[in-house]
Design a protein around this ligand. Structure first.
Ligand SMILES: [Zn+2]
Ligand SMILES: [Zn+2]
Length: 573
């Protein structure tokens, strides 16, 4: 429901701008309320517009209804475009920083004449903000942290953006006559959660054709370099793409060289030197005679070094070379191993689809099961279910399940872990579900001890099977909250509670390093997309990427097992 999200965002931006302009408080509140109500709709606002029923949405009067209709018609709202021009541009930038609201932005611009985020950063570091009336020392720290988050987000883009972009480019170039092999390398091939540039490697009978095709791609904004075997361009989302054509016999060596990581390559070259070899992007050579020994494929190079193939996701010099020497590399999980999605929302809470629609789509994907896990009652902003609604949903699921063979909807919940670590539904309710996911959605500012206590206490509940998005981080927007991970991993192991790797592209939480640590503690994992619309099923691949970077195997992950076995595995002592 991108319409709803976009309109809600515009209305909330309008409220911010009106606040910067010190306009009527009543009007500001009206926009905020409208934004909230539209975000909470369970139906696409375009459908409501078509039925001419906008005025039935609480908080939407004639004026706002017209603005919504205008957006559905034209993709923008003229009033908003005009309003944006009425305030200093920097004020709009400032309010994108976590920790800066319109009120603070106004003070900063008025009192300090701030003209850019960079300038604000300088002043904050010099403690010039805390001298202003209305701004506390703590606020200054928060602003600095907010700026860091924004800067990080700007220079790197999430895997969920970079991967489809690279695939689009690759699919275009694959069709160019002469192209033989083509692959993305760099951190994208290693499936890191954020990516700086996209690097693509090609072998071709006709390098010039590839270069010419590349610089003419429709998604290119600006060509930085157009050479005979190497070109660079900026594509949409302001990403730099570098593309190189290499000789087929060097493809493996070049792929390895440009995939990195730098640390992995350094370690590999040291190992090669010890064994009397030399490696560069053209191949592997005898160090003395300079005789070429190989380089067509990466496998060949690893083999000459006496190593098995190291999957790109492991190439971080984090023990993978030592492990490869002992021939003990994990057999990493793959997307094909996944039998179902363990975290799915329906329109009963804040999702967009019915249980039937989701089951249909999951079966089409070849899944054997999904877990319906709508929010619980205190999470009102996300349409949390009341007890009675959840009980009705369980009944409905039982009924729908009768229609299927070889597919099963598992009844679940994403129950809120409330402030004291107790759960938003009592045990009597939880006992009736197939699977219980617990999660924190509020109180992110609490102390490490308190947040850890809440999670551990939730794990000790005999019905809680999975804790989802453990650290609460949102890539580029919210830092993880502090937790004692060792204590949590220990509790997870003791209580047989699985930890989720959220495949939701902005979350990817647990992340790769935490997954790897958790694996060493011997706990189980679940992969869930935290789906809110059918197309999110496709995000599972990002969860698998994190799991691979965390060294996880099929056996470590709950949803690689058939439903019956999965339900046995999650049983608590
Ligand atoms: Zn959640
Ligand atoms: Zn969720």
């Amino acid at each position: 429901m991108t319409n709803n999200i976009e309109i809600a965002k515009i209305f909330s931006d309008i409220a911010d701008i009106l606040e910067i302009k010190s306009e009527n408080q009543f009007r500001i509140r009206a926009y905020r309320r409208a934004a909230q109500n539209i975000e909470g709709l369970t139906e696409d606002v375009a459908d409501i517009t078509n039925r001419e029923e906008l005025l039935r949405i609480p908080g939407i009067g004639k004026d706002l209804a017209e603005k919504i209709a205008e957006f559905i018609d034209t993709g923008k709202i003229r009033f908003f475009e005009k309003l944006k021009r009425e305030v200093p541009k920097v004020s709009l930038e400032l309010i994108t920083i976590p920790g800066i609201g319109p009120k603070t932005a106004k003070i900063l611009i008025k009192q300090l004449k701030i003209k850019s985020i960079r300038e604000l950063e300088k002043r904050a570091k010099a403690h010039k903000l805390a001298t202003l009336p209305g701004i506390r020392r703590k606020t200054e720290e928060n602003i600095l942290r907010g700026i860091q988050i924004i800067n990080k987000g700007r220079e790197r883009m999430p895997l969920g953006v970079a991967l489809p972009l690279a695939e689009e480019i690759i699919s275009h170039l694959t069709k160019t006559p002469g192209t033989k092999q083509i692959a993305a390398c760099g951190s994208l091939r290693r499936q890191k959660e954020t990516i700086r540039d996209i690097d693509i490697l090609v072998t071709s009978r006709n390098p010039k054709k590839v270069m010419d095709a590349f610089v003419k791609l429709p998604l290119i904004r600006e060509v930085l370099a157009h050479g005979s075997t190497k070109s660079s361009a900026i594509v949409k989302e302001s990403t730099q793409v570098d593309i190189r054509v290499v000789k087929p016999r060097s493809f493996g060596a070049a792929l390895m060289y440009f995939t990195g990581s730098k640390e992995h390559n350094i370690h590999i070259r040291e190992l090669a030197a010890k064994k009397g070899f030399k490696i560069n992007e053209y191949g592997i050579f005898n160090a003395k005679t300079h005789k070429r020994l190989g380089g067509n494929t990466e496998e060949q190079i690893y083999k000459i070094l006496g190593l098995g193939f190291v999957p790109p996701e492991l190439r971080e010099d984090a023990g993978e070379i030592e492990t490869a020497k002992k021939d003990k590399l994990p057999k990493l999980i793959g997307l094909n191993d996944i039998r179902g999605d363990l975290h799915v929302h329906t329109k009963a809470s804040d999702g967009s689809n019915s249980i039937d629609e989701l089951a249909e789509a999951a079966m089409k994907k070849g899944y054997e099961y999904i877990v319906i896990s709508d929010h619980s009652k205190t999470l009102r902003v996300a349409g949390g279910l009341q007890e009675r609604e959840l009980l009705n949903q369980i009944k409905a699921i039982k009924k729908i399940n009768k229609r299927f063979r070889g597919f099963r909807i598992l009844a679940g919940t994403e129950v809120d872990i409330i402030n004291d670590g107790s759960l938003d539904f009592d045990d009597k309710i939880l006992a009736q579900l197939d699977i219980v996911i617990a999660a924190i959605h509020t109180g992110f500012k609490q102390s490490k001890e308190k947040l850890t206590m809440r999670i551990v206490k939730a794990m000790q509940n005999k019905y809680v099977n999975i804790v989802s998005h453990l650290t609460g981080r949102l890539i580029g927007a919210r830092e993880p909250y502090p937790l004692n991970l060792e204590e949590i991993f220990r509790a997870a192991k003791e209580t047989n509670t699985a930890l989720e790797i959220s495949a939701y592209p902005q979350r990817l939480d647990l992340n790769d390093t935490n997954s790897k640590k958790a694996r060493e503690s011997g706990i189980m994992f679940s992969l869930g997309t935290d789906l809110h619309a059918i197309e999110h099923f496709e995000n599972m691949r990002y969860g698998v990427s994190v799991a691979r970077r965390g060294w996880l195997e099929k056996k470590d992950i709950l949803n690689t097992y058939p439903a019956a076995q999965l339900l046995r595995k999650i049983k608590k002592n």
